[in-house]
Design a protein around this ligand. Structure first.
Ligand SMILES: Cc1cc2nc3c(=O)[nH]c(=O)nc-3n(C[C@H](O)[C@H](O)[C@H](O)COP(=O)(O)O)c2cc1C
Length: 316
């Protein structure tokens, strides 16, 4: 089995504890899942999302976002008190309401102040999720001496600037500079949407610890498994690839059915809320689905109708 790791990126609104748990149950290629960020003031739904009743602490890392040392300390302590000894810090969020407060990628507007936020309990394994900067890729290089000076479990770099949001080109040259300078296990993140793209990144940057993937996994929940199989085949660690259409379809069906059942059991807002949750999933899920069918799913207003569309697609 390849030694490269694949991590499931946190995605607010999608990778909640039910999603993570079901994904982990059906697919096997992801090594670590991250919670969407926790912030102050804490929201009930975020507290539930990190509850140890719902999460395997060996597989799930809570993520926090803060704009000053006090916020960082409160959030870190909260996660620590729950029993987690792993923590991820978000220095990447591009949303204006966050960056205006000097949080997420907005932290890069003042790199020395950001460096001072990097102070964590010694028995906490901390990872950072960063961008190349807020509006200039030199910002990550300015922060690098601070990053290299503290003990970290890993650093994940989304190879874009905060001002780009989630669109526009990833900057592989700027990522190369980080790759050359970073002394911690490093993960690449950004636009890995296919097996070939994943393998190509690891070929170009062989010393990476692995990849963090978000939207590519939401679109194809088997992507991490596929990348690992491809790496094993290439390295002669596996000989047969068994991704035939029927087996794949059966995994997607199990995944979708289990998600549907778990959300139906957990959500208390009735059919409408379940339908909304499932429609949100389809913003990314199986994008090669017939466009007319996708439109029917997105427009449908009754849960029964949703069920019948999905059963005609052999997904329920
Ligand atoms: C809707 C949405 C919500 C996100 N929420 C978070 C979050 O809570 N924490 C975080 O670190 N990144 C968040 N991200 C960023 C992703 O984790 C990831 O870095 C980004 O999507 C790029 O990777 P990808 O191209 O593999 O998706 C979010 C992205 C999207 C599109």
């Amino acid at each position: 089995m390849t030694s490269y790791k694949i991590e499931f990126a946190p995605i607010q609104g999608y990778t909640d504890f039910i999603y993570r748990r079901v994904h982990d149950h059906i697919f096997h290629g992801v090594d670590t899942y991250y919670t969407p960020f926790l912030r102050l003031p804490q929201r009930n739904k975020d507290i539930k999302d990190v509850s140890i009743l719902h999460n395997d602490m060996n597989r799930v890392v809570p993520q926090i976002i803060g704009g000053n040392a006090h916020e960082m300390a409160v959030l870190t302590q909260g996660v620590y008190d729950l029993g987690y000894r792993h923590l991820d810090v978000n220095f990447g969020c591009p949303f204006r309401m966050i960056t205006l407060k000097g949080k997420g990628s907005g932290s890069f507007k003042d790199v020395p102040r950001m460096g001072q936020l990097l102070d964590f309990p010694s028995d906490m394994a901390v990872s950072l999720k960063v961008r190349l900067g807020y509006d200039n890729p030199r910002q990550i290089m300015e922060l690098m001496p601070w990053i290299n000076a503290i003990p970290l479990r890993s650093v994940t770099v989304h190879a874009r600037l905060g001002i780009q949001g989630y669109k526009g080109d990833v900057d592989m040259d700027a990522f190369q500079s980080v790759y050359d300078a970073c002394e911690h296990p490093l993960y690449y993140n950004g636009d890995v949407n296919s097996t070939d793209e994943g393998v190509a990144i690891l070929d170009r940057f062989p010393k990476l610890a692995g990849l963090m993937i978000g939207r590519g996994l939401l679109a194809d929940p088997a992507l991490a498994d596929k990348i690992k199989v491809a790496l094993d085949l290439r390295d002669g660690l596996a000989q047969v690839i068994s991704w035939n259409d029927e087996e794949q379809q059966s995994l997607y069906r199990q995944f979708h059915t289990e998600l549907f059942n778990e959300y139906s059991a957990y959500l208390e807002g009735g059919d409408h809320q379940i339908l909304q949750k499932m429609q949100t999933l389809w913003a990314y899920f199986l994008p090669s689905t017939d466009k007319k069918v996708l439109k029917m799913i997105k427009k449908c207003t009754k849960l029964d109708k949703y069920r019948s569309i999905c059963s005609s697609m052999k997904l329920l």
